[in-house]
Design a protein around this ligand. Sequence first.
Ligand code: HEC
Length: 296
Amino acid sequence: MPDPLELPSRPTVRPVAWIALAVSTLAVLLVHLEIAVRRTGVALFSFDSAEYALAGRTLATTGRLATPFAHPAILASIPGPPFPLLVGHPLVPVLDALVFAIGGARPALTLIPAGAAFIAVVVLTAVLARRVSASPWVPWTAAAAVALSPWVLRYAIEGLSELPFVALFMAALILLLDLRERPRPLLLGVALYAQPPGKSVNELKTFYALNCVRCHGHDGSAHSPLGKKLGGLDFTDAKKMAKKVDARLAKTIRKGIFFGVVMPPFKNRLSEEDALLMVTDVIRKVEKGKAIAPSE
Ligand code: HEC
């Protein structure tokens, strides 16, 4: 029986064609940068890319992965900047730190990681398309479509994190496609359909700080630091909590209260296991006056 995942024979592509693709992609990027940023005087940084650049500069100068930005919900639980890079991710700050270390902390250098990722995504699109199609035109059409997409170009000129992640993801897909042996279909299935793993207690504490504080308070007591009574249940009220059953509490977290009007449902963002762990290891462990925040 033929292998249903057998790939078509690939069109041959000479190395010079790949180089031409990379160079023309760079040209598209430079033209777009000239028209969209330099001519119009638009700022190089958006909020996100400024945050990456500052974290990158901190890493390049102090060797610490830290950020001067923090979500308002966790401001009260951490003494002050620099904050640990908890809520964000370190990929782009690390890449920015690398170019800063080589070329000095100049804003324009943040375009190098994003620009390189842009070129990588376009070339990898052609590589991937070549793996799955026998037509010699498909790789170049797919690559051109990605290179000229306004959103992809925006990610590139703003130095956002999407493109480095997409480049890594595409490289992983191509590696998996190239595994000729039996595990290939299995691994591809895992890569494409895997359920994300459950959240850790620390991740749940961050989730709490971002999503529950406004009604249940930093310490779970349903009081704001200014003493104002918030609307949610007081988790530090031992008498009330003793009457509650874990499984029911977990169910309420996923379902919300009164069609989401009183408390929003979180079923799309917390699995049943996540919600139960939130009850047993976060909510049941609150202490009055001690903010719920991830431990380092
Ligand atoms: C918009 C405000 C609001 C937000 C946001 C909110 N809650 Fe609630 N929550 C409430 C209210 C109101 C109650 C009911 C208070 C009472 O029973 O006295 C409640 C009750 C609960 C209960 C008790 C349910 C029961 O069966 O008795 C749990 C557990 C709970 N919330 C967890 C959470 C968690 C975890 C989050 C964040 C992921 C969250 N809540 C976010 C308002 C909110």
